[in-house]
Design a protein around this ligand. Structure first.
Ligand code: CA
Ligand code: CA
Ligand code: CA
Length: 200
């Protein structure tokens, strides 16, 4: 069983990913538009580069969604979403090294796609575009992002250091915490902000 903290957090992620807010996650209704938007920010959408990236993202989203869709009706419910994560959590406990490798591959690959200028840091614009693609943008994004970056830096870090953005190693550690660490005092617990700051 997932702890209550992880359950609440995963349900929050579920609501984030449920783009049209109808209570289920479906490839066509929620995810294909995300693949389009993320590929469009990287390449003009008439180019082969765009087509290649779109197909890669679309295939990944479709595969992830069908992996979670236990009864194969095309819709992932909150229960199915939690069930899917529970399997992942078991694998993480059984083989932590492979778990970390999985995060580096899955979340790290996504980081590279999102890092528009390819300098190894996510910018505020990168994460704002990501949240907007899911129609979950708003003031919370900047406040949350800056506070997460600041927490990974020395206390006397300058604004310039924060403005540089979020490094990949920090991002991967936050993802690991968000997915697997029930401790709410860890910064990764608020990777997607807090309920009180958002309307979803
Ligand atoms: Ca939906
Ligand atoms: Ca289903
Ligand atoms: Ca960047």
């Amino acid at each position: 069983m997932l702890s209550q903290n992880l359950t609440d957090r995963l349900l929050r992620l579920f609501r984030f990913m449920d783009r049209n807010r109808d209570g289920v996650i479906e490839y066509e209704a929620d995810l294909v538009a995300i693949a389009q938007k993320i590929a469009q920010r990287k390449f003009p959408d008439t180019t082969p580069d765009y087509q290649g990236l779109f197909e890669l993202l679309a295939k990944t989203y479709s595969w992830e969604n069908s992996r979670r869709d236990i009864n194969r009706d095309g819709k992932v419910t909150p229960d199915e979403f939690l069930e899917g994560h529970q399997k992942l959590a078991k694998q993480m406990t059984a083989s932590p090294t492979q778990g970390i490798e999985f995060i580096a591959k899955a979340a790290g690959g996504f980081f590279d796609v999102l890092d528009l200028d390819g300098d190894g840091y996510l910018s505020l614009e990168d994460v704002q575009d990501y949240a907007n693609a899911y129609e979950k943008g708003g003031d919370w994004v900047a406040a949350n992002f800056r506070s997460l970056i600041a927490e990974g830096l020395p206390e006397n870090a300058s604004d310039e250091m924060i403005d540089r953005g979020m490094s990949k190693s920090q991002f991967l550690e936050l993802v690991r915490q968000f997915w697997f660490e029930p401790d709410e005092s860890l910064p990764g617990s608020r990777l997607f902000g807090r309920a009180a700051e958002t309307n979803w």
